[in-house]
Design a binder for this molecule. Sequence first.
Ligand code: SF4
Ligand code: SF4
Length: 711
Amino acid sequence: MRRAGCRRAEEPSLTGRDARTALCHLIAILFVFLALPAHAGTLGRAGMEKQFPPPLVVGERDDRIPVWPILKQEAGSYEVIAYAFESIDFARIPGFGGTAPNLLIALAPDGTFRDARVTSHHEPVFLEGLGSEPLFAFVEQYVGLSARQPIRVGRPNARAAGAAPATTVDGISMATASTRVINETMLAASLAVAREKLGFGAVNIGLRVEAKPDVEPLGLAELERRGWVKRWQITHAEVDAAFADTGLSDPDPGAPEKPFAELTLAYLNVPTIGRAILGEAAHARLMREIGPGAHAVMVVSSGHWSPLPDEFVLGSVPDRLTIQQGGLTVNARDAAWERRDLAPDLPAGPWSLLKIGDAAGFDPSAPWSLSVKVTRERGQIFPEKVACEIAAEYRLPPELFTREVPDAGPSWTDSWRARGVELGIIAAALALLVPVLARQDVLVARARPFSLFRFGFLAFTLGFVGWTTQAQLSIVTLVGTVRALVHTGDFGFLLYDPPSLVLWGFVLVTLVVWGRGTFCGWLCPFGALQEFVAFLAKPLRIRQVTVPPRLDRALRQVKYVVLAAILLAAALGSPLADTFSEVEPFKTAITLYFIRSWPFVLYAVGLIVLNLFVYKGFCRYLCPLGASLALAGRLRLLDWIPRRPECGSPCQLCKVRCRYGAIEPSGKIDYPECFQCMDCVTIIRDPAQCVPQVLAAKRGKRLVPQPVAAE
Ligand code: SF4
Ligand code: SF4
């Protein structure tokens, strides 16, 4: 219902409306028809050979999935040292540019990342921003980590400073959300390949198995009887059988039934076993030294064959001993532990205490095996070495362990957890803003406190939302959304930037209630920056340039053209969308604090200076995000700005005072151009400013009717 005294809202000018309607139709048509095929890996054999040059050899591509074995010659034969693949073939997770990054990954047979490189990406913060080098360095951190562990992105420099767990990579300031997308891509693609080629997948990722602390003390003899300390004898006959197909005989033959090697094997983390072998104090020291999550396996040898060659270097990976589990080699190295702590009734031969790192994904509650490598030689002058492995299984009762799969949730939940405080502060600020905007009739009447509140809120928007939280909403998100809509159908990237997502949600709701002004007038950091700079115009005696009305109307349409060009390029999958998006100075002024190459800084500073002469000239004429909000704001339900019958005829005060040119000569509010600054609302509520009220007061009358908002 429209109340008496209200002025009927006039239709917008046909020219502007037609242009916007045509734009909406164009975008809708593009959304429907422009479904381009998704991208796939681009490196063929030649590309892989370039990435893995000799002495490495690129094997035959797997006939089911695009994975290339990378081989290296070891002891006369070629061994697979890694499986190379492109992430885009296995995980297309759109980044903030709307397209998925592509990584070249080489995964070793034990699940360790042997190589990781970025082959392509469209992350806006790195393109023409931070540059790609920080991203390349970020990805290199994965080399040496294991895909068996849930790798998380931590704070910048935490890992480098030794303040983060081994399964954490350092994030990048100003690019937290993008690095999480890269991390997700890296893990998702690697696990897909691991499932196919390495026999492990997501099921056991992050599984933490620990020995129970409270177990009965047992002597060494009882431990051996139970098989918890394993005595393993390898006879000459077994070694000969292993070499049967090679035609090589033992150069130093013993009686077949005589022992070739006698090994004692024990998993020391279980306190009953570890304390029986090392004693309580030494066992506690060992557990402290290897650290939480790591495992210690003892191998002691007696007999004439030694598992450790003479040239063995303490602390290195023993060539003759291999631990395997589930068909995979477990990364184990000598822990350089001194012999003096061993139980006296253990054999006196050479020994090694192997440490298995937390990242190896080793499960001591499941069976595993120890292989010993025995070598024989063929030929005299340049003898060829032939190696055979002989393995024995070791298993402990599962009751000795606790098993826990941490429920960490998908990786985007990290972002929400890590940014909880920022989200809380933003939510509190929004909760404060809503009643202020909703009860403007009461609050705006107090002009001075209200302008102080507005000043403080804009400072919060610029300082906290923009420069601290990096939650400047941007056309880049719309570009990513359009690309996801047309090409990938995956909008998951939005979840990696929680503060922006919360703000987007708030803006979408307030668009329907009040129009684009709630964001542009209160929550846009670059808008706030312009507003603060505009305060300088008066003390600097800078006179505002009055743009002639016709030119002003024409210039206002420019932002819609810019928006159309950007969205069209995004829908077509063109990289021009990223280039056109640079019309926004947000990345320069807010995300990168003006630390960027000079053309960008010059452009951003130029717009801010322009704002001193033409108030918010960028917002009114160029901003594609503002244009998109203005279009969406046409769904607005409320004409919330109060009007009097005198507004526009004869009174023009609000029109003259509106610095955004959002009031037409008729007094009608052009809501798509309104920034909800409340200046006109303050005037209409103020008996000392509102001209009809001033005149009525002079005549000694009370003015009726009261100002009301049109529906
Ligand atoms: S028009 Fe653009 S820069 Fe201006 S306040 Fe709105 S979104 Fe921010
Ligand atoms: S003066 Fe009024 S019409 Fe103009 S921007 Fe501010 S609230 Fe909107």
